[in-house]
Design a protein around this ligand. Sequence first.
Ligand SMILES: *Cc1c(COP(=O)(O)O)cnc(C)c1O
Length: 365
Amino acid sequence: MDKIFLSPPDMGGNEEKYVKEVFESNYIAPLGAFVDRFEESIKNYTHSSCALALSSGTAALHLALRVSGIQQNDFVLASSFTFIGSIAAILYEKAIPVFVDCDESWNLSPTLLKEAISKLKKPPKALILTHLYGQCAKLDEIIEICKNENITLIEDAAESLGAFYHQQSTGTFGDFGVFSFNGNKIITTSGGGMLIAKNQEALQKARFLSTQAKEPFPYYEHQEYGYNYRMSNICAAIGVGQMEVLEQRVLKRRQIFEWYQEALKEFQLQFMPELPNTRGNRWLTTLCLPEKCNPLELVKIFESQKIEVRPLWKPMHLQPLFKDASSFTNGNSEKLFKSGICLPSGTKMTQKQVFKVVDILKEVI
Ligand SMILES: *Cc1c(COP(=O)(O)O)cnc(C)c1O
């Protein structure tokens, strides 16, 4: 039997044709018609005014920080319960990450955010807010705090393309929003990212920095340094095909979540919640196991059945890398890490496969 992966790619059908068009045009480069088309389709889907296709979500976060003017030793607040990709760019800029724990939503706690701001020795410059596992964070409360405190809001929507908060796409609320198209995300370009911004000028600056900060001269003139962060036209061609099926992919992920929830009803397990008036994309179905179950043992049991299951993200404030970092915690993400798992949620999954996972899980519980 084939292995059931956590979240493998799922092509819509037109991707190969578009890649072939790239070969025919010979624009096998980090520019070309499909890069423009991919940016357009993200703008249309999210109703944002501008978008910049990049080589990764991490690159997009890095540019957001650069354009926000984050400097060495500035404080940058961030969700602790997230993936390292949310945080790494803070270190690239030698700024200082300050971690904030989650609340019952599993996403950043506005209460702890306020506490962090009031206790820091100097005002933080920015907040990187993750919409974890594709579920919306408490945007209303968090936006208000950021406005009052003059904090740049960067939404890490790497996992949440297709998630809507009060009918509005995640990523479009902050000064910047970031999507990822890594191989395991809800749609993929094999690797890639997108930066969207409220301010056109800021995005123009990011575009300039993403292609080595070349000044508009007939020869190569540089006043500052940039990066080689643009997306390849080949990857963008895959992205254009994937955008055609994004909405279907969201519905299927939500369907898979419902299959799991319904089949496991009798155990009253805690699944990651969905805030009222939001539609998460249920990128991964995640849940907490009963007290006596150890997620790491469960991972091994599933592995022996050729099924990929993973523990929840290990919070940043518990990482050896950040042992000296400031953090504002309440025990929530630590508890989730110790008891939670991600179940296979790929959109190619059949109901039969979901039931197979459920049967193993039931037996263990
Ligand atoms: C995947 C991911 C990233 C990084 O995106 P890449 O495209 O892999 O660089 C950042 N933050 C979160 C929450 C992610 O899941």
